[in-house]
Write a protein that binds this ligand. Sequence first.
Ligand code: CTP
Length: 419
Amino acid sequence: MSDEKMKFRVGLGVTGGIAAYKAIEVLRLLQKSDCEVRVAMTKHATEFISPLTFRALTENYVLVDDYEPDNPDPIAHINFSQEIDLFLVVPATANTLAKFANGIADDFLTSTYLASTAPVMVAPAMNTTMWDQPATQRNIANLREDGVYFVEPVSGELACKTVGTGKLEDVENIAAQALSLLTKKKTNSPEAIGKSQDLNGQKILITVGGTREAIDPVRFISNHSSGKMGFAIAEAAAKRGAEVTVVSGITTVEPPDGVKVVPGISAEEMHTSVMRELSGKTIFIGAAAVADYRPRSVADAKIKKEKKDSMSLDLEKTTDILAVVSENRHQGLTVVGFAAETNNVVDYARSKLEKKNLDMVVANDITKKGAGFNTDTNIATIIVRGNPKAIDLPIMKKRELADNILDEVLKLKTARKSA
Ligand code: CTP
């Protein structure tokens, strides 16, 4: 490996789906990013695309069947699998996922999965009905448990002319996610070394969802927050061994397992719950979209519209929970805020970091496609106190972003400890 450039070795697995041709583009993108790529294909994949194409592009023998007489390496599945930094499968069919999940190794590619110690990333592509099948979803859940990384399929028009989830993610995004994982592995981040229980001992308090500010017994002021981002962080943190408490406003998703959930429907209720739960915590993350203003007074009875052509609400500021937590922080508490912006994202986020004396701000431009409220993905920039460079992240699933955020929090805590 050269000192200036990192060189990664990627084992690219190609399985038998119509999206197999897109693996060529992923291969080219990885090569452009200085990766050395070797290809393994299933027999069915060769019906869609010839091994010769990959052979020409990689200048290497393409492994389909290691029993073939012209295979130069008789124990290829062992050698191949142990010489790679990542095993990336594009596209991954339902059949291959099922084999991986059940330890079936009846060809070269599936044997490589079993024989490899490298991280495995799969980009599934299939018909929506196959994707939605309980059997497929069970296999996916098991593979996630086993530590397999997923570049999830997106919704769109499929080869079978139906519209639904199952379309291979954009090749640029697959390559970006593979490179991001490889880089993290190289820099020894917790993401790559299996993360397992790296948040063991951390006690995390997270505010999640949107608040509701009552106008009268029937009406309220609220916002579009779904709670997906906050719950994704809670899930990731719990999985990595942290003790997690969530103060939850209004959300559209179920809380994850293994997390304590305390209600905080209005800003004031959320504030009270946070202050009650804060003692002994090591990390506070303000992921909730807390209303900044609430009606100064709440009508006891339903407000009637009779004889009123217009009406105005007198609003007062709510308590800024994040600012109060930061101001009264106990030793060892790391405070993280969110900034959902529509313009000057980094500048506004930095000013929030300063104004509220935060350790980190996760900023996003909610006008971007694939970012913001109620989506499953997000595009974030992380700003860390003391680091003049903002960390720009590509579009990714909120659950994956959750791990990235926690990685940065952990890095910051470790740096402070050793300072
Ligand atoms: N926050 C909070 N309590 C409030 C308001 C916001 O804890 N009453 C937290 C949010 O959870 C988030 C961050 O503060 O982590 C957002 O910062 P803020 O400056 O309030 O952003 P906006 O509400 O978008 O305000 P602005 O209109 O100034 O951009």
